[in-house]
Design a protein around this ligand. Sequence first.
Ligand code: AMP
Ligand code: MN
Ligand code: MN
Ligand code: MN
Length: 280
Amino acid sequence: MRSKCYDLHNHTIASDGELTPTELIQRAITNHVDVLAITDHDSVMGLTEAATYIDKNKLPIRLINGVEISTAWNHQDIHIIGLNIDPENKRFRVLLEDQKKYRIERAKKMGERLSKLGIKDAYIKIKRYVPGDIVTRAHFARYLVDENIVKNVSAGFKHYLSKGKKAYVAPNWCSMATAVQVIKEAGGQAVLAHPMRYNLTRMKLIALLLEFKQTGGEAIEISHCRQTDKERAQLEQYTQKYQFLGSQGSDFHRLNSYLDIGRITPFSSCIIPVWHNWSI
Ligand code: AMP
Ligand code: MN
Ligand code: MN
Ligand code: MN
């Protein structure tokens, strides 16, 4: 029997993904994913459509209610995934509302920065790039590409949107500790997303892991689409040393040459997976 395929990190049009929740489920089924978490940035708007589509069509896939919360830790954006959260939990809903508000405030300021650079009305014009209620820098990047201001999305980040670049505005995210607390209060498990993507020094990464553990973080994302074998091995070591559970996810946004739903290198069987006590 083949082992179950878990993909616990995916985006839809509820944030900056390019597939609807229905399309995401269809692609996950095609790719034989058994357990799929939808983890939109600061949003749970995609969950109902996905669950309804699965139920109606009696599809052989288990949906995990998830979220990816943007947080601040030592002036660094850190992403915390919540798995198996109750999307109706009051404190959780309030947190998401606050995050949405910070995103709108930041987007307005980014629009002002772009305006000073001669790119007028960006905040108004990006609205048609935002199908849900969550505005991200990725939406700005797509707009800059369509306006022929940059060649592609990466160039949009490189020249305008990344930290320190011309249109960058520091966000006002909740603290990492708050996100972990609220995820737990909503009945979920907190997972540190893509620890190697923050470009931290070894010392800082260890400090992050320790603080995440101390605040109640349970798992770290060991396998991720953009990860080398060496990075994965290093994360497996940290997972064991600091007694975390392991998680994995493609971080799917759209289909491309290195990214597809369920396309993840599994982590070692020495690691206890975040799903070890799930009733599946
Ligand atoms: P935000 O949450 O609004 O700060 O936007 C961050 C999102 O933009 C991430 O979730 C990625 O999907 C995307 N992103 C960040 N950096 C890059 C990059 N260098 N190239 C392409 N997409 C990026
Ligand atoms: Mn994203
Ligand atoms: Mn992320
Ligand atoms: Mn993500």
